[in-house]
Design a binder for this molecule. Structure first.
Ligand SMILES: [Fe+2]
Length: 253
């Protein structure tokens, strides 16, 4: 049974998967595939105050990561104007420790509140498109890159698979800021895109990047997490369950 069929079956048997129908799935930004680039070691990080020492970058480089994943708050630029935000990104890019790391390690990533706008900010931020431009510049994305013309920065990648014994890593990166509003985190378009990513995943390993904690129940004191968005988190768990019970059944695998 392929996953798309399972969606329809689940709905028919009333398993509570009521959000999706195959005909309405929206693909969103296209998945980028790097079949020849196998990943043996992935390093990731977040919450980087660009005004503090950046001497840790060579230590991470010593681990020889095949990929670095930014998970948000890559700099802190609360309430900065778009121009000021760009300057703060440049400050990190020009740091000699970070610069040599970024020159040698492939890099992808997402943002969070402090690099997007300000603490706990959401999709009502008026300069969010300028933030996206600065973010794309920070990652040195080409001028024609899809993220430079799309709304929000959710994206996915598939690494590896060129060799017969090669394992594929499917990296799915979520945008928890651009569409966040009220009780909603992802926005309907991103939800449909995520469902499509998971249900058609060619990955032997699927990794999902979220800029706020998914499993932690600890909130309050200004800390954000999926625990504060119960309906959204339940929807995510249902979608992951759907994916888990039908592993590697994708017809494109
Ligand atoms: Fe944050």
């Amino acid at each position: 049974m392929d996953r798309r069929f399972f969606v329809k079956s689940s709905m028919a048997f009333g398993l509570g998967i009521s959000h999706y129908s195959f005909g309405s799935l929206i693909t969103g930004p296209s998945r980028r595939t790097y079949a020849a680039q196998s990943l043996n070691r992935i390093c990731l990080g977040s919450c980087n105050d660009q005004d503090l020492s950046q001497e840790f970058w060579p230590k991470i480089a010593q681990r020889n990561p095949d990929l670095w994943v930014w998970l948000g708050d890559n700099i802190y630029a609360d309430y900065a104007s778009p121009e000021e935000r760009q300057v703060e990104y440049f400050a990190l890019q020009r740091n000699r420790y970070y610069e040599s790391f970024a020159e040698t390690v492939p890099m992808v990533g997402i943002w969070d509140d402090h690099d997007f706008a300000y603490d706990n900010s959401d999709g009502n931020y008026q300069d969010k498109d300028q933030s996206q431009e600065a973010f794309c510049n920070f990652l040195r994305l080409p001028s024609q890159h899809i993220l430079r013309s799309s709304q929000g920065i959710y994206q996915s990648f598939v690494y590896g698979g060129a060799g017969a014994m090669d394992r594929r890593v499917h990296l799915i990166l979520l945008d928890l800021r651009y569409f966040k509003e009220g009780d909603h985190l992802l926005g309907e378009g991103q939800w449909q895109w995520l469902a499509n990513e998971l249900l058609t995943s060619p990955g032997d390993l699927i990794m999902i990047g979220s800029s706020i904690a998914v499993l932690s129940e600890f909130t309050g004191f200004g800390l954000e997490g999926w625990a504060s968005y119960k309906a959204e988190r339940q929807r995510l768990f249902e979608l992951l369950e759907l994916c888990r019970v039908t592993p590697n059944k994708c017809p494109t695998h």
